[in-house]
Write a protein that binds this ligand. Structure first.
Ligand SMILES: *Cc1c(COP(=O)(O)O)cnc(C)c1O
Length: 353
């Protein structure tokens, strides 16, 4: 296969070093060697997410949705009431998870350019708040500062899906007052899919309940992680890759990595100004740009042409937005040169060079 340039929000381009680790024979994991790696990953994740003292980390073998569902199962019951911010497919997923597990919820539908109107539900008797920091289906970033302040004032358990924002956009558990932070391996972390990560604040840990599940029971994960183990087979190769990736991120610092992604996103946005596109949402994250064609072309046609002509992989959105949106990710191992490939192809496609 020819080299593909992927701009998809998962998987994202991975570095050579990380790819190399993935090609090696897997080591056995029920031993001190592997425990040490898991404990290092735990420590580094707590540092990089600015988790409050006494926080815990859970490593699950699942994609992000498994971690989302497990968080809801372990932290909420039919006695609770959750406000769910629903601005797209991933907000809807939380609503569906709550409904599946009989968790009372207040489904807050949000238009693409609206901010969260906290006054609309401040009288709801809720005790939990659920939000996707970045709603990846449309490329919209929510204001986590405001969410955190609202949760603090109203004593709500703050559950944040940072799957497509950790590493590329600012995530700080203390500053944003986050109690349960959900991450997965194949977005900003730029690793293969298959590892779900949850960071729980001491408040969230104290709220963990006995649940009707073996595989998703967080209490057993927390018990085992104290000695660097997981109750079931971990995603061994991804944890080895994570170990390396976290070391790199610590060295670069997470704020520099956020800035680097922002710079790339701005570079891309600035350089396509003369092309027939509109930005779909106002409040875009560093992680992604969503474009709407303004010349009547269907998004699906453009996406197909780019794969066939340039080996560039872009993604549409789902449902009603299928023909309206082109999503361009800035996550992962990218630089200006990589983004130039897309910019130049776009200019050529529209006859600008
Ligand atoms: C990718 C993603 C998920 C998880 O989707 P999976 O298909 O389970 O990987 C959840 N939330 C957000 C915001 C995402 O971008």
């Amino acid at each position: 296969m020819n080299k593909q340039y992927i701009f998809t929000p998962g998987p994202v381009p991975m570095s050579k070093k990380i790819l190399k680790i993935g090609s090696l024979q897997l080591p056995y994991f029920r031993n001190e060697y592997f425990s040490k790696i898991v404990l290092e990953c735990k420590k580094d994740l707590l540092t990089l997410t600015s988790a409050p003292k006494g926080s815990e980390v859970i490593f699950m073998t699942s994609s992000g949705t498994g971690a989302m569902e497990a968080v809801i199962m372990n932290l909420l019951s039919k006695e609770d009431n959750a406000i769910v911010i629903n601005g797209g497919g991933f907000g809807q997923r939380f609503v569906d998870i709550c409904n599946t597990h009989n968790i009372p919820n207040f489904d807050v539908k949000i238009n693409k350019d609206d901010n969260i109107k906290f006054e609309e539900f401040s009288s709801i008797p809720a005790n939990a708040f659920i939000v996707n920091a970045h709603e990846t289906t449309i490329g919209k970033l929510y204001n986590l500062n405001k969410v955190g302040q609202f949760c603090k004032k109203n004593k709500l358990l703050n559950i944040v899906d940072a799957i497509s924002s950790f590493v590329s956009d600012e995530i700080n558990m203390i500053k944003h007052n986050i109690d349960a932070l959900i991450i997965s391996s194949n977005k900003g972390l730029a690793l293969p899919p298959g590892l779900g990560i949850v960071v729980l604040s001491p408040k969230a840990v104290s709220k963990l309940q006995e649940i009707n599940s073996i595989y998703f029971n967080f209490k057993s994960y927390i018990l085992d992680v104290q000695r660097g183990q997981t109750p079931f087979t971990p995603a061994i190769s991804i944890i080895l890759q994570l170990n390396k990736r976290l070391q790199e991120l610590k060295k670069q610092t997470i704020s520099k990595t956020n800035k680097k992604t922002k710079k790339l996103a701005n570079y891309f946005r600035k350089n396509i100004k003369d092309l027939p596109f509109e930005f779909y949402v106002k409040n875009m994250p560093n992680a992604m740009t969503t474009l709407t064609p303004t010349d009547g072309k269907l998004a699906s046609q453009i996406i197909k042409d780019f794969e066939e002509r340039y080996n560039i992989i872009l993604t549409p959105s789902g449902g009603d937005l299928k023909e309206k949106l082109i999503r361009v990710s800035h996550m992962g191992n990218m630089n200006k040169k990589y983004v130039d490939v897309l910019i130049n192809a776009l200019k050529q496609y529209y006859g600008k060079i």
